[in-house]
Structures are given as C-alpha cells and as structure tokens.
Design a protein. Sequence first.
Lengths: 101, 164
Amino acid sequence: VAEPETRTNARFLILTSLASGPKHGYAMVTDIAEFSSVHLGPGTLYTALQRLEREGLIRAVASTDRRRPYRITPSGLAVLRAHAEEARRVAGVAARRLAPR
Amino acid sequence: MKPPSRLLRLYPSRWRARYEDEFLALLEDLGPSRGLVLDVAIAAVRARLEEFSAGRRPRVASGLTSGGELMVVLSRQSQLLFAIAAVLALLGVAGFFLHSFAYVLALGLAAVFGVAGAASVSTRLKSRRMRGLLFGFVITLAFVATYLFVVSGGGGPPAPSPSR
C-alpha cells in the first residue's frame, strides 16, 4: 500500500517542520520523525532543502556552527498554507466517502 | 561504521562547496543506519542530474557512467524494473558466452523490463532532454544486444564439426 502523499512528500514535511521555527538538519529529521513517523534520509533531506532554497521557500540562517539552521520564508509559508488546505480538503472528501451510509 | 563521507565525492563540486560541511555534521549526528549509503548515493546522482539538466554539465567520465547514473536516480518501481532488467541482461550475457539459447530469451525480457522502466521514469521526468537521454540509452542497449545476436549468427551451441 502506497504511503499517503502528504507523509511521503519531503518538501511538505520540511516546510511543516520549519513552520515552528528555524532548525538545522538533524533537528528537522527528528522533528519530522516525531510528527509523521517518516524517517528522512540525509540525502533525501538535502535534495529537498536545495530545491526549496533555490525556489526561495526556505533560507539558510547565518551561523558559525557547522549545523546550519534554515528558516521558512513568507513564500514558503504561503505554499505550506495552500498545501495544507488542499490536503485538508482531500482528507475531508475521503472521510465523507468512507463514512457509513 | 564510519559515515559515508567518501560518498560526498559523488556530488558535484558546486553542491559540495555549499552543503558539504553541514551535510557531514548531519551524517555524524545521525550515525550509521540501514539504507544510509544508498540514500546518500541516490541523492548524489540526483544532484548531478539536476546540474546536468540545468545546463551545467558535470565531468562525466563516459557515456556508460551517464547511463548508470540515469538508472540509479529512478523512483521505486522503476528501480525494481531496472534491477530485473539488469539481472536478466547479466543472465543473457552469461548465456551468450555459454552458447545457450536461453540468452536470447533473457536479453529479450531484459529489453522489455528496460523499456517498461524507461516508460515509468519518463512520466516523472519534466525535462525533455532527460527523457531523450533515457530513451537514447535504452535504444542503444537494444542495438548492442541485436548486434551481438547477429554477429554470433543467432547464438546457441557451436555446430558439430563434420565427421570423416
């Protein structure tokens, strides 16, 4: 059985994690594992981070530490809101159609 | 087990200049785990393909390496299809050298799985150039297999020498 899209979409998971504040890679991986039970590999995480950064949805925070934090941008928040709304709408349809008649 | 820091050499130099330090820090924090090496290797191939499709051509040693990279980057079902194709192709090559007719069937099935894998990937590739490269690779493989078949005279066991 395929995983639900919202759980397997690394971009959505990362934006959701960063919505509560800036985090570095390890903090994101553990946070995502806690709220979704999805364990993102480091390669998968940085592939998504690179794309999100290129699209201007997240930004690296200046840091002297090797563990560089990232924060979500206003554009990232807008994308996350739209994605969350879409997921909520689809989940609502699914719930209604699964309800006993 | 040490973090697979050597795998970082697979990444493009631009990527390493930007992310290497923090990526190594993350590998140290996470420690060894099952599937880590594969995850990092696949991500490295993705990074190279992205650079390639963005017009910044990486230093790829040969066309064979490009083909290998293309095959590794694929998603789950495609990986399975290509893995089956690769195993069948190996069996086919082994059969060819053993003069067994089974190699024809194995290579034929390998081609079928290869094309199925390519079709599966092409639906996810947004770049027309990448699609062209992928199909070009598969078609080249098919031509090589056909050439081997023709050159071998149809394959099979060697004809018995005439008795006197």
